[in-house]
Design a protein around this ligand. Structure first.
Ligand code: KG4
Ligand code: ZN
Length: 341
């Protein structure tokens, strides 16, 4: 069985093919370069660039997988949440292929695709505790099963990735900010600047990053020009504050997870920020302290890609799920339907 997955919800145009034996037969990712100069993704430019690229990326994914359109068992696309122009491009492409090939169309939730990616490369059983942290989202959830998530908390303002991007922009480091901050932090002193740890010590699992971002803005405003060492120290101090905040909120979540899901064994991190090595190390330590197994997808599958969509599509396909061609692309699509953030 072959499932094609198409991703176009932000600034990556991507496609991949997987089979039911968890073999990734191809994965083609094109990151749009146009946004770097703006310090963030420009939705209108992104939508046009997806439209131009998708017609070459999809055939390339099939070619690398050494299969034809007629070999596909199903086709999946990220149908939300995301920048609606791009989401429409991926959704319509997948629907067209499903229509012509007379195969099932699967509308994948982009967040679920991040959440399930870890299962493509490892045997991680449900239920697992999940930190989903990307440029647009930051949530703590329990993955109970395919299509079944319980949200324990979410950011009340910025996502962690967004905070990385905004701080990098303020420091003049460029977009995307996460990898740039991480690199600078390697040579910086994380204790140099005393930054707030938002939400730490409060009950519950909600998160917040806008106060931290404002504190960094104040430090930058006070200085005229940051030296390279000051940039490194600020990057390290900011990154440490984000990690402390995430770990503290996860501690509360672990308590709930252990009580409500006594057979749960894994702590998983997913989404673009999961590419951060310092975060991976901190979560590994946290997990082992609480006798949980830490799991994360390989680095290249943390940021947006087609493999995660193809795999989430396959997980649904194996359950017998499919969606009608009347499915409307969704700019918002909460993983836990009892919540609206
Ligand atoms: O999942 P993703 O590719 O797109 C969304 O669905 O948002 O995540 C992109 C986000 C960006 O905010 C980027 O700065 C962040 O992930 N990111 C990182 C790292 N690599 C990417 N943040 C921290 N450290 C990294 N190494
Ligand atoms: Zn994403």
């Amino acid at each position: 069985m072959f499932v094609l997955g198409i991703e176009s919800s932000c600034d990556e145009t991507a496609a991949a093919v997987v089979n039911e034996r968890k073999e990734l037969l191809s994965s083609v990712v094109f990151t749009q370069p146009e946004h770097t100069q703006f310090g963030g993704v420009v939705p209108e430019i992104a939508a046009r660039a997806h439209l131009e690229k998708v017609t070459s990326i999809v055939p390339e994914a099939l070619k690398q997988a050494k299969i034809d359109f007629s070999d596909l068992s199903a086709v999946a696309a990220s149908c939300g949440p995301g920048l609606i122009g791009g989401v429409i491009v991926g959704t319509m492409t997948a629907k067209a292929i499903a229509c012509v090939q007379k195969i099932p169309f699967i509308a994948v939730n982009h967040l679920e695709a991040h959440a399930l990616t870890v299962r493509l490369s490892q045997d991680v059983p449900f239920p697992y505790l999940l930190l989903l942290t990307s440029g647009g989202h930051c949530q703590i959830l329990v993955a109970e099963g395919v299509g079944k998530f319980k949200r324990l908390g979410a950011t009340i303002d910025d996502a962690a990735g967004e905070a990385f991007d905004k701080v990098a922009k303020m420091m003049g480091l460029g977009y995307p900010g996460g990898p740039k901050i991480e690199k600078y932090a390697l040579t910086g002193d994380s204790k140099k600047y005393d930054l707030p740890r938002p939400m730490v010590g409060k009950p519950g699992c909600d998160l917040s990053f806008s106060g931290l971002k404002t504190a960094v803005r104040r430090i930058i405003a006070e200085k005229q020009d940051l030296t390279e060492q000051e940039k490194a120290d600020l990057a390290a101090s900011f990154q440490q504050a984000v990690l402390d905040s995430l770990c503290s909120r996860l501690k509360n979540a672990i308590k709930i997870f252990k009580k409500d899901y006594p057979n749960g064994t894994h702590l998983v991190v997913a989404g673009g920020v999961a590419a951060n090595m310092a975060l991976r190390n901190a979560l590994e330590t946290l997990a082992s302290k609480h006798k949980l197994t830490f799991a994360v997808a390989p680095m290249k599958f943390c940021t947006d890609n087609g493999a995660m969509v193809a795999w989430a599509g396959m997980e649904h396909f194996l359950k017998g799920d499919s969606d009608p061609l009347t499915f409307m692309p969704r700019p918002r699509w909460p993983l836990d339907p009892t919540t609206n953030r």
